[in-house]
Design a protein around this ligand. Structure first.
Ligand code: BGC
Length: 399
């Protein structure tokens, strides 16, 4: 095995990512809080205080800067900003503005996500994304975030993983909100259409706030890999789960690419991960190169649109595997840059061990969080990965 380095391109974003519901705590007005407290069988435990980042965001940002990161992706929580239809909370908008200012003061460039899986309870109760007027309601919320994103924010993500929103809606309609053992449930078509329309409306609303803000959305890439002879089956399987959302990003300022593992597809469809494969705490196959083919496939679909890795990481309690995972992943990013892909940044998922949508067990964090005292303890991987923000050199490992 030999190794070398690739200098990061100028202005390359080097960050870690989080999402409001997963770290803030007490997001009581959201649909997820409701779900967590209504006996949903797939939810092992509720989020409760999460990492208390609603109060401790300064500490989180201080740590990221100390570690060497120059960028931070976090989300604004719609359920807090608009607790009742049409009522936009000046106090919550001021809270998120303080976060934006706090990031900038510390030398962290904020990337702001406007929607990361959770919606206000009232929005869910009126029928969610497919109800009449949903797109306009989302656009109205986006317009209302002007005091937060209106200055100093260069990158805005409209909707995180719209394809997973459609998949979860599809699974729920099929009477099973859980994940099957193999592959990804079929997305709900009406939800797909609605979130694409919501993205378009949100892009317009952000541009109305400031035309210079770079706007995009972030798509989950499952890395569908065709076994010999299954190329057509794979393409057909992938289209509604991924490509339709990538096509909707054509013409955007950037596309966020998110990948963690792979799914292999045979002539009959996705096949199970082999019994003897290493698995992570989410039970996904340990597959460090995931981000490479995800970037390349995304580029094939979106063409000239710049790419940003907006999430990539691993749930493990063995931090040496996390470093190993990121080493493999960054080699793929380096190779893709060398091959001429226009990649503008990389954000690790996640800054903190956080609420992984139903459980605190899968730990994705670079920084551990004590569930009672909320004390933060950076792991060795945090110093290692953050340090690349100082050396500005990507590791490249050729085996
Ligand atoms: C989501 C995150 C999630 C992560 C790991 C992505 O699907 O954007 O919220 O925690 O992957 O599952």
């Amino acid at each position: 095995m030999s190794s070398s380095q690739l200098p990061l391109p100028a202005h390359f974003l080097w960050g870690a990512a989080t999402a409001a519901h997963q770290i803030e705590g007490n997001n009581t007005n959201s649909d997820w809080w409701q779900k967590e407290h209504s006996g949903t069988p797939q939810i092992a435990e509720p989020s409760l205080d999460a990492c208390d980042s609603y109060h401790r965001w300064r500490e989180d940002m201080d740590l990221l800067v100390e570690l060497g990161f120059t960028d931070y992706r976090f989300s604004v929580e719609w359920a807090r900003v608009e607790p009742a239809p049409g009522h936009f909370s000046p106090a919550e908008l001021a809270h998120y503005r303080r976060m934006v200012d706090g990031a900038i003061e510390r030398g962290l460039r904020p990337m702001v996500t406007l929607h990361h899986f959770t919606v206000p309870r009232w929005f869910a109760e009126r029928g969610g994304w497919t109800a009449d007027g949903a797109v306009d309601l989302f656009a109205r919320y986006v317009a209302a975030t002007a005091p937060v994103i209106g200055s100093g924010v260069r990158h805005v993500c409209t909707i995180n993983e719209p394809n997973m929103i459609a998949v979860m809606a599809g699974a729920a309609k099929a009477g099973d909100i859980g994940w099957g053992p193999v592959g990804t449930p079929a997305p709900d078509g009406a939800t797909t259409e609605a979130v694409i329309a919501a993205h378009r409306a949100a892009v317009r609303a952000v541009k109305d706030i400031d035309a210079d803000i770079q706007v995009g959305w972030t798509v989950a890439n499952q890395n569908y890999q065709a076994l010999p002879g299954a190329e057509d089956v794979t393409a057909a399987y992938r289209y509604p789960r991924e490509d339709v959302f990538l096509e909707a990003a054509r013409g955007d300022d950037f596309l966020g690419v998110q990948a963690y593992t792979r799914t292999r597809v045979g002539p009959e469809g996705p096949i199970p991960t082999p019994e003897d494969a290493e698995r992570t705490l989410t039970d996904w196959e340990y597959y460090p190169p995931a981000i490479g083919p995800a970037l390349r496939h995304s580029a094939d679909v979106v063409g000239e649109v710049p790419l940003i890795v907006t999430e990539n990481g691993i749930a493990t309690d063995d931090d040496t595997r996390r470093i190993d995972y990121y080493t493999g992943a960054l080699s793929e990013v380096a190779a893709a840059i060398e091959d001429g892909l226009d990649i503008r940044g990389y954000y690790a998922w996640s800054a903190l061990d956080n609420y992984e949508w139903g459980s605190y067990e899968p730990t994705f964090g670079l920084i551990a969080v004590d569930p009672v005292t909320f004390e933060r303890t950076p792991k060795p991987s945090a110093a290692w990965l953050g340090g690349i923000g100082r050396t500005r050199e990507l590791p490249r490992v050729a085996s």
